[in-house]
Each structure stands twice: as structure tokens, then as C-alpha cells.
Design a protein around this ligand. Structure first.
Ligand SMILES: Cc1ncc(C[n+]2csc(CCOP(=O)(O)OP(=O)(O)O)c2C)c(N)n1
Ligand SMILES: [Mg+2]
Length: 279
């Protein structure tokens, strides 16, 4: 769950907060718990989904499902308009292009930290059967590539890993092995550091932002790709990104597409995108 949503739900105290948990300890995450319902979530939502108010079968325009669908459609329009009107190549525009072009049936692995956050805003096409995986919880940046490599080898289905540069270089040895998955493609958002820390309150205001939080680095994945013997593509412009993505979807080998973006532009764009939803 995104921290923003958690904090929002804590501040807009719901009148009812039901927690569905078959057994064991229940944490009051939103500090508003009113009922603990001891059943299986699938059982619960199957039953609730049969009620008109929560399903698509109600004529009532105020039915929860209808209002949710409307809000969702408006959010997608708002995001797409924002992306169309922002010509710069940013991590958001790259994540948007990669996720909206993700072919049906592909698996998506999201690394910590901004990759998974961008994806949270962008969403997936409901008509596509894409499954999403991310090492959330304590949100380590370690092992995101290893997880994707192991998964792609075991699952065999086409898999996209969307990752940041620090997470990628941190876990470079994920690719140090004889059996590289030809079905794995990597989109690497290289903003030369931990851009997340420029986005969140606290670290962004500290004088040590660049040195101790963002930790600037100037590496490129080109040498890693050369060393492991995989395809390497790189993009610096929106037009180039489109050409590289077209190549990536059809590649028959492990491919790393590294996109170079600007950390300050990324932060400005992310902030502007979030406030564009409020109007
Ligand atoms: C193992 C581990 N070490 C440190 C951190 C703290 N941390 C969170 S995000 C981040 C930077 C990630 O940078 P990058 O992968 O380039 O992604 P970006 O924020 O630029 O999208 C760090 C160091 C962590 N989450 N896990
Ligand atoms: Mg980064």
C-alpha cells in the first residue's frame, strides 16, 4: 500500500473500517478499525461482489462500483492528458510508455523505489492479463533484479523489469550466471542516483540531499551488458525511447534498455503530475 494512501486514510477517518482476516493478530493500520471479520478475503469479496451496490449490475449511479469506475476513468484521462502535454523525457514518461505498451500476458517486476511508485499511478490495462510483482514491505532495493532473473527463468513467460539505477547497480550480480533468461527485458531508469529522496519530504529539504541521500553515481549499464553478453539499448530522447521500446518488445534475448533522465526534471514533473489530479 502506498504511504500517501495510508496517511490519507488515517486523516480522513472512515466511519467503518472492516478488516478481513481469517485468524491471528490484526494491526489497526488506519487507526480506525471498527470490525474484524474472520473469513477468507476471496470468500468475502465473492459474496460482496454479488450485491448490486458493489457490482456493475446496479442502476443506481451512486452505487459504489459505478462511482469507483467513474473516478478511475477520470484519473486515467487526467494522467494521459498530463503525459501528452509534457514533452520531456522523464522517469514518469518512460514508465508510462513501458507500462501502457506492455503486451498482453507479460509479467511485470517493479523495483524499489520510484519504479513501483510510478507504476502505482499509471496502472495496468484491465483487459490485459499482466501479473505484477514487487519486493514491497521493507522495500529493499537489493535483490529486485535477482528476483526478476530467477522468476523469468522459472516462469518462462516474457517478463519486464522496471528498475532504477541504484537498485540495478546494487544487484548487478543478478546477471552473473551461465543461464541468462532470454525472456527478460529490463527498462532501467538512470537518473544518476536515488531520485526518491528528492521526491519525499524530509530528505529533500536536507543540505545533504545530494551527497548522503541521493548519492550521485555516473555509471552506465553498457559495460554490464557487454560483460554478460546481452543486448544493450539506450535512449536520451522521447523519439529514441519509442524506437528502443519497439525493438525491446520483439527482442529474442536478454535486453537492457537504459534511459537517461534528469533528476530535477523528474522531481518537478512528479510533483506537477500529482497536483494535476486535484483539479
Ligand atoms: C537494501 C537497501 N538499501 C538502501 C535502501 C534505501 N533506499 C531506498 S530507495 C534508494 C535509492 C534507489 O535509487 P534508484 O534505484 O536509482 O531508484 P530511484 O529512487 O532513482 O527511482 C535507497 C538507497 C533500501 N531501500 N534498501
Ligand atoms: Mg535512480
Amino acid at each position: 500500500m502506498s504511504k500517501n494512501l495510508k496517511l490519507a486514510l488515517r486523516s480522513w477517518k472512515p466511519k467503518h473500517h472492516w478488516h478481513i482476516e481469517p485468524n491471528g493478530y490484526v494491526a489497526d493500520v488506519f487507526q480506525s478499525l471498527t470490525h474484524i471479520i474472520r473469513t477468507d478475503p476471496i470468500e468475502f469479496f465473492t459474496r460482496v461482489g454479488e450485491q448490486a451496490f458493489f457490482s456493475g449490475n446496479s442502476d443506481n449511479p451512486n452505487a459504489y462500483y459505478k462511482r469507483w469506475q467513474l473516478a478511475e476513468a477520470n484519473a486515467i484521462i487526467s494522467l494521459n492528458t498530463f503525459i501528452d502535454e509534457a514533452p520531456e523525457l522523464t522517469d514518469l514518461s518512460v514508465a508510462h510508455a513501458a507500462i501502457t505498451q506492455l503486451p498482453d500476458g507479460w509479467h511485470l517486476h517493479l523495483a524499489n523505489s520510484m519504479s513501483v511508485r510510478y507504476a502505482n499511478f499509471i496502472g495496468l490495462k484491465p483487459e490485459n492479463r499482466n501479473l505484477v510483482y514487487a519486493n514491497r514491505g521493507t522495500s529493499g532495493i537489493d535483490g529486485c533484479s535477482s528476483t526478476a532473473v530467477g522468476f523469468a527463468l522459472a516462469a518462462g513467460q516474457p517478463t519486464l523489469l522496471l528498475t532504477g539505477d541504484v537498485g540495478f547497480f546494487y544487484d548487478r550480480n543478478a546477471f552473473w550466471q551461465a543461464n541468462l533468461p532470454t525472456n527478460l527485458k529490463v527498462v532501467l531508469l538512470n537518473n544518476a542516483g536515488g531520485n526518491i529522496f528528492r521526491m519525499i519530504e524530509g530528505p529533500a529539504q536536507q543540505p545533504e540531499l545530494e551527497t548522503l541521500f541521493e548519492t550521485w553515481q555516473g555509471h552506465s549499464a553498457a559495460l554490464t551488458a557487454q560483460q554478460i553478453g546481452c543486448q544493450y539499448l539506450s535512449a536520451h530522447t522521447p523519439a529514441h525511447l519509442e524506437a528502443c521500446l519497439a525493438q525491446l518488445w520483439h527482442s529474442d534475448q536478454l535486453t537492457i534498455l537504459e534511459v537517461f533522465t534528469d533528476k530535477v526534471q523528474n522531481a518537478t514533473t512528479f510533483k506537477a503530475m500529482k497536483s494535476s489530479f486535484k483539479h
